[in-house]
Structure formats: structure tokens, C-alpha cells
Design a protein. Sequence first.
Length: 273
Amino acid sequence: MTEKKHTLSQSLLKALMKYAEKKECGLKVEAQYIDGFKTESTTAQALGNWFEYICTGALPPYNPIIPQPKTLQSGKLAVAYQRMEEQAKNFKKAIDYYKIKILHAGYDMKFGDYTGTADIIGEVDGRKVIIDIKSTGLFDDKWSDFGWNTEHLAAGFRPKVNLLIQALHYTWLWKKIHGEVIDFYFWVFSTQNTHDFKIIKVNIDPDLYDEHEQDLRTGLDFLHHNINNGFKAYPGISRCAKCFLKDNCKSKVDVPVVQTVDFGSTEKNYVSI
């Protein structure tokens, strides 16, 4: 029997990074990315999937079913979906304003063992670009790892890697496949109102591509190591409560694991009066 070959996407790479730091449970990573366990979309994910669909017509790559909007008993769209319907008009207005020709929607890229799916491959003045559509309730949040405040997105020594790695990975894939550098844009739409919408062009330091390629190799080795030796459970009260495996997971915890901190064991670490 031929062993199944696993590829590495930017979302799996991020999950493995969190798992390596014990911030994500290995059993969840294995179920979702290795076993192909289909999870039910969260409220925010369902809204985002529908929004992307009405903007581009592309289906979610991990669950290629036409997203359905949430409606009220009257048959009207739920308020959140009404807002995003208006935001879709903003999307189309910007497409026309910047004279963007959409060449592909839901465009799959693969180079060796590495994959990615771009929301849009567009063309502006004869130059191809990648556009990734984001809908968020953290439109101008500074402090969350998933906040889209532009000044804090790549500021200082703590860039928001969880967000920016997508730009790096997709442009790296394009460069490997097509041998050319391509511009990358996030189009970010607020889910809280009908008007907050920003376009962010991500300028990537060319030196990051070599680092990313090494990270991908390391990630793929780490993935295969865990497939061959078993993923480890890292349970926690909050993590287990929200996990889609909780009903049948033998590693689930219902009470906190005891944590230890050392105070004054090696040196005097308080100031006496």
C-alpha cells in the first residue's frame, strides 16, 4: 500500500508552529490536517466564506460547498450578512476603480510539497497581483495577534506573523512556480459596519524568502516526524472546551493541570522594606 504523501500549506505551517510551542494540541492538528476531519465553521468563518463567495464566486478550498447566508424568519438576511452584502459592493467598486482584471479566483498553487490557494490572481496595467480577502471584527485592533491596525501590523520586533506569513508564502510559491516576483495585497473588510475597508500592500524583504524556505523544510520534517511517531496531546481547560474532538477525546481535561512557579528558590527576588 502506497503511503499517503502530505503537503504543507501556510495554515498547516502556522498550526505546527503553535503545536511546537505547546499552544495547540497535536491531536487537533492531526485530526484536522492529516485525517481530514471536517469541522463545522464558526460563526465568523461562515460569514467570511459567504462574503468571499459573493465577491469572487470561488468556493472554500477545504469545504467546496456553496456557502449559505444566515437569514431571519422574515427571509431577510441576518444583520451581519446585510453588512457584508454592502461590503461586497465596496469590493466591486474598488475592483472597478483600480481597473483590476480578475484572472483567477480560488487559484491553487503547488511547488513540490508546498501548497497555497490565492483568493484572487488579478492583473493591473499588465502586471499580475495576488489579492487576499479578509473579513474581520478586529479591523483596527492594535494588540491582538489577529488585529488589522496597519501601523502595528509589522511594527517593531513583533510583527503579526500569523497574518503576514500568508503574503510571504503565496509570493514565495508564485516565485518558485513562475520565476517572477508578484505584488501581494490584503483587502480587509470590517464585519462591524458597512464602510470600513482598507487595502494593504505587503512589501516583503527578499531575504525572507530563503528563511521561509528553510522554515518550510523544517516544518515538513517536523510534520513527518509527528506522523511517524505520533502527535502529542496538549490539553487545557479552555482549549478542550472549544475543541471539536472533546466528546470522544481520552486526553480531554475537565479540571486544571497543576502549574508550578518558583519564588525565591535561587536568589532573593523581592525587595524587603
